[in-house]
Each structure stands twice: as structure tokens, then as C-alpha cells.
Design a protein around this ligand. Structure first.
Ligand SMILES: Nc1ncnc2c1ncn2[C@@H]1O[C@H](COP(=O)(O)OP(=O)(O)OP(=O)(O)O)[C@@H](O)[C@H]1O
Ligand SMILES: [Mg+2]
Length: 361
């Protein structure tokens, strides 16, 4: 078992800086999610851990060992990809056993050696049971569902008993229901093997539900690292604020009018925290933290979307579009064109600098 540490790690491809001076300590045994939009450099960061990309600058460690110049085959990691990359002509059991035949392993800290047939069988047996594949070991990948194939790929990583598991968007080929199930399977696998996982995704729901901590990345740069709840409750800047949460956080431009109050059009929005009067700010309010009724914020109803258990009421606040989430049993939907008042708790107001976009409160 080992942690992974990035110290000012940069990766340049010609003119593109895919990963820009990344400093991040992934703790031994932790489930770390690298989260960010397409092209932000997540896969590149993961591939550097795997040894599949060279490092342009900085120091990368797995455990205590600097691995900048260690070849992929000499790193004790296992990687699972979006495409399962199973061998179609082999059975499930043969696919899972494959990495055990392909290379030597150190057992109980001894020198690397080939595993015996019994040792291999035991590891395969253990992995297929853990991942609920015991009934399917004689099938070939062509006769499996997408979710089952991905579990075979996970089992194949598990038999290696690596120091670090790396996963690059392993759920993106699955439909919504299977994604939710496989998400749980992976979290359970992590608990079972108690090893460091580094998991890449652009899906904030995966990050929120699976991560011990997540690292939010934009344009190759780390924006914030923290537990999901912390990142949700105290996003460090506007990018993180808008990326985490669904529907996304509403943002309204305004100016601090007096201590603890932002003026935005006709609305005066009280908040907690100490931000100087006159400062140009962007106020962030999550749809789930606004409620229709009494309140300081004046809004005009533009549309109502009905989703069964809840409604999304789309409103205009001082020229900005905003969404209010309303439980269906909270009462009747407002009429289009109606002026409404929105209430909120002051501690749920996020205040960001309009220029730097950094959090101020
Ligand atoms: N081999 C390469 N040569 C040149 N540029 C590359 C190479 N690999 C990646 N890039 C660039 O580096 C940046 C980061 O790519 P990366 O694949 O790490 O993004 P990502 O966050 O994994 O995106 P996605 O969610 O789409 O998989 C992108 O601008 C990409 O075009
Ligand atoms: Mg990628």
C-alpha cells in the first residue's frame, strides 16, 4: 500500500500544458477522485502515475519512491479504463488470471517470482467472488453485459494486489442504472482491498458519491481539494461553485452595499462574512437553498419545469437567470410572469470576487 504525491508536476505536449504545476498528496488507502471537464488534464495526471506519460517538470512519488524515471512495468499499479480491454477469445476466469501469468509478483515482501497455479487460482477465486462474477467464470466477454464486463476488468486489476488502483472514467460506457450499481461495486471493492484508489471522472455525481476527497481541476490547474461535503459547502472559487451541484449554483452579480448585504437590482441579499463595502461581487445561491415565499430577493417567474417529485422554477433576478428547486408538495407552482419573493438562509450565500472569482466569505 502506498500514497501518491505530486509535487509541482507539469506535463507539456508541444504548446499545450496539459497538467500545470500540480501539487497533490494522495494519502495511503484513500479514494481520491480527479474531477474536471473534458480536456482539463485528468487522464494525463493519471497516466503519469501509471508511467504511461513522461513528466516535463516536478517530482512524482509512489510511496517514498520518486518514480519520474521508473518504467510502467516496474510500478506496482493496476489501471482500469473506460473501454474494458478484455480479451474476447478468453473466458472470464482466463481474463482475470491473465496479468498473473504475464509477470512476476512479490509475495509477502519477498523477491518477485512467478505465482504457482494454486496461488493464481486462489487470487482469481477471491476476485470473482468479491465482484459477483463467480457464476460467470466460464463465459466469454461477448456473452456479458457492459456492467459485467467492467466488473471483469476490475477483477483483473484486483488479482494483482497493486499498491495503487487507477481508474479512468470506468463507468462512462454504462447506462444510468448500471452506473449507479457499478459505482457501489467500486466503493465496496475499495473498502475490501483498503488500497489507494485514484479515480478520474468528469461526472460530479460520481465524485460526490465515491470520493473520500476530490481534486477539482480546470485547464490543467488544481482548483480545490477536499471532502465532497466541504467542496459543496465551501467552493473555493466560481469555477468549483458552478461545477459541483445539479442543477448548478445560481450566480448573480452585485455590489456589497453595507456590512453583510449585497445589492443586486431590487434585491438585497444578506450573507455571513466580512466583505468590504463597495466590492463588486458575484453571489452564489444553490437552487436547493432558495424557497418561494417571504424573502429578500425579488424575482420574476420565467418558466416552470415539472419533474414529478420536484419543480424547477426558472426566474429572473436582477437580469440573471436563476433556478429555484421546489418540492411538489410545497404548494402550487407560481404563474409565469408573476413577481415572487425568495427566501434563503444567510449561511447558504456564497460570495465571490467579481474579478478574481475567488471566494470571499
Ligand atoms: N499525446 C498528446 N499530444 C498532445 N496533446 C495531448 C496529448 N494528450 C493529451 N493532450 C492534450 O492535453 C490536454 C489534457 O488532456 P487529457 O486527456 O488529460 O484530458 P482529460 O481531462 O482526460 O479529458 P477527457 O475528459 O476528455 O478525457 C488536452 O488539451 C489534450 O488535447
Ligand atoms: Mg480523459
Amino acid at each position: 500500500m502506498s500514497g501518491v504525491s505530486f509535487e509541482g508536476v507539469t506535463k507539456r505536449f508541444d504548446t499545450v500544458t496539459a497538467v500545470d504545476a500540480l501539487t497533490l498528496d494522495i494519502v495511503d488507502g484513500e479514494f481520491m477522485v480527479l474531477l474536471g471537464p473534458s480536456g482539463c488534464g485528468k487522464s494525463t495526471a493519471l497516466r503519469m502515475i501509471a508511467g504511461l506519460e513522461t513528466i516535463s517538470d516536478g517530482v512524482l512519488r509512489i510511496g517514498d519512491r520518486v518514480v519520474n524515471n521508473v518504467e510502467a512495468k516496474d510500478r506496482d499499479i493496476a489501471m482500469v479504463f473506460q473501454s474494458y480491454a478484455l480479451y474476447p477469445h478468453m473466458t472470464v476466469a482466463q481474463n482475470v488470471e491473465f496479468p498473473l501469468k504475464a509477470r512476476k509478483y512479490s509475495v509477502d515482501g519477498g523477491p518477485p517470482r512467478k505465482l504457482t497455479a494454486d496461488e493464481r487460482a486462489e487470487r482469481v477465486d477471491d476476485a470473482v467472488k468479491t465482484l459477483g462474477l463467480a457464476e460467470l467464470t466460464k463465459r466469454k466477454p461477448g456473452a456479458l453485459s457492459g456492467g459485467q464486463r467492467q466488473r471483469v476488468a476490475l477483477a483483473r486489476a484486483m488479482v494483482r494486489r497493486p499498491e495503487v488502483f487507477l481508474m479512468d472514467e470506468p463507468l462512462s460506457n454504462l447506462d444510468a442504472k448500471l452506473r449507479a450499481q457499478t459505482r457501489l461495486d467500486i466503493v465496496e471493492l475499495h473498502r475490501e482491498v483498503a488500497t489507494t484508489f485514484v479515480y478520474v471522472t468528469h461526472d460530479q455525481v460520481e465524485a460526490m458519491t465515491m470520493a473520500d476527497r476530490m481534486a477539482v481541476i480546470a485547464d490543467g490547474r488544481l482548483q480545490q481539494v477536499g471532502e465532497p461535503q466541504t467542496v459543496y459547502e465551501r467552493p473555493a472559487n466560481l469555477f468549483v461553485a458552478r461545477f459541483i451541484g445539479s442543477p448548478p449554483m445560481n450566480t448573480i452579480e452585485g455590489e456589497v452595499a453595507e456590512a453583510g448585504v449585497v445589492a443586486a437590482g431590487a434585491s438585497r441579499i444578506p450573507f455571513t462574512g466580512d466583505v468590504a463595502k463597495g466590492r463588486k461581487v458575484v453571489v452564489g445561491l444553490r437552487p436547493e437553498h432558495l424557497h418561494l415565499g417571504e424573502g429578500d430577493i425579488e424575482a420574476t417567474v420565467k418558466a416552470v419545469e415539472w419533474l414529478g417529485h420536484e419543480r424547477h422554477v426558472i426566474v429572473d433576478i436582477a437580469g440573471s437567470k436563476a433556478i429555484v428547486r421546489q418540492e411538489t408538495d410545497e404548494g402550487a407552482a407560481p404563474r409565469i410572469g408573476e413577481t415572487v419573493h425568495l427566501g434563503h438562509h444567510v449561511e447558504n450565500v456564497h460570495v465571490f470576487d467579481a474579478g478574481s472569482t475567488e471566494r470571499l466569505n
